[in-house]
Ligand binder design. Structure first.
Ligand SMILES: [Zn+2]
Length: 377
């Protein structure tokens, strides 16, 4: 119990708001190297700091099992979201109060990474190959994080057979939920251009607002699907509406809006973009989509059974296989191998006074040990 707690505190004490750099990776490397892992660190991206193209630090570590053995990977991120104000203790000075460990990253997700490190101590090297796929940019643009790690694994022939992402998926108590998939996400910027003019002379102008309103009404009325066995129904939300016209007697020259679609595996980012572009053009406007992730599903089967068994054994709980919530780096990793997410209770993630139950850290590390052993068997 104390060992995994110390590991979590050491990682949390290294301030690492996205993109994480330097000391938090030094600490991770210092934990893995003595356990027989070859640690490879690299930086990808050449843009200016603060831009999506900014450099991102990544770490891939591998401990090889016997020739021909299976390869199981733990994946996660060492970056955290900014702490914000009002914490009862310093967000980057992890503090134990009562049964809880407080600090940014306690559940999302340095706590789980500490559990992974503790877990591998209890998996014999001859059980098989284990790797860590760790990025410093999951909470940000994620352009040069896990995607760059996947490139590296492909170049070096180190693709795992199964991958567990340690995002905090539990809801009310440790073990009650795993994510076997995630919805996709596309954000679309809409614009209608008109002709500016005097409201008293509308025949000399062209008002873009009624066109945009009609476009949004049609989009808002779309029923994309009814959901299916593993996914809730896809949903389109209007997230912004902007004209910015300060004058009461001017017909504006342009009107803009933005929508966000979270979609299941009955669509792709491209098929939805196409649908919205067609509707936008019909109303005299245009649509500019940015796809931030495609949906994925690892259908219930061998891998989810391995996780469910380990969770049940340690907690007595049957984890519900779910596809709810936002996107995660599993959306990239699924291109390499079957991937499922399972981790700590997410009630305080991204919040002030983020905290993890100390007991959960030791339980999760035992669950991770059991999953790794079973996955390699
Ligand atoms: Zn996370």
């Amino acid at each position: 119990m104390t060992e995994v707690l110390e590991l979590a505190k050491r990682l949390m004490a290294a301030e690492s708001v996205t993109p994480a750099t330097g000391s938090v990776f030094d600490r991770m490397e210092a934990m893995l190297a003595p356990l027989g892992f070859e640690v490879h660190r690299f930086t990808r991206g050449e843009g200016a700091p603060g831009t999506p193209e900014a450099p991102v630090e990544n770490l891939f570590a591998i401990r090889r099992g016997p020739e021909g053995s299976k390869h199981f990977a733990f994946a996660g991120h060492l970056d955290v979201v900014p702490p914000g104000g009002g914490w009862a203790s310093d967000a980057f000075e992890p503090e134990v109060r009562g049964d809880l460990l407080y600090g940014r990253g306690a559940v999302d997700m340095k706590g789980s990474i500490a559990c992974m490190v503790e877990a591998v101590k209890h998996v014999p090297q001859d059980a098989g190959t284990i790797s860590f796929i760790i990025t410093g940019d999951e909470e940000g643009p994620a352009l040069h994080g896990t995607r760059a790690l996947i490139d590296y694994m492909r170049e070096t022939g180190h693709q795992p057979d199964l991958c567990l992402v340690g995002e905090p998926t539990s809801v009310n108590r440790l073990g009650d939920m795993m994510k076997i998939g995630r919805r996709g996400s596309v954000n679309i910027w809409l614009e209608v251009e008109g002709t500016q003019g005097h409201v008293a002379y509308p025949h000399l102008a062209e008002n873009p607002i009624p066109k945009l309103v009609a476009m949004l009404a049609e989009l808002d009325a779309l029923v994309l699907d009814e959901g299916n066995d593993w996914f809730q129904a896809s949903n389109l939300e209007i997230t912004d509406l902007e004209v910015g016209n300060p004058a009461h007697n001017v017909i504006p020259e342009a009107a803009k809006a933005r929508i966000s679609i979270r979609f299941n595996d009955e669509h792709s980012g491209a098929s939805l973009s196409e649908k919205v572009i067609t509707i936008a053009e019909k109303h005299g406007g245009k649509a500019m989509p940015i796809i931030s992730g495609e949906p994925f599903l690892t259908p219930p089967g061998t891998f989810s059974d391995i996780i469910a068994r380990a969770v049940k054994e340690e907690t007595g709980v049957n984890p519900e296989p779910s596809t709810t919530g936002g996107t995660s780096d599993a959306r990239f990793l699924r291109a390499v191998c079957p991937v499922i997410e399972f981790g700590l209770v997410n009630a305080t993630m991204h919040k002030r006074d983020e905290a993890v139950a100390i007991e959960d850290l030791s339980t999760l590390s035992r669950i991770y040990t059991a999953i790794a052993k079973d996955a390699l068997a």
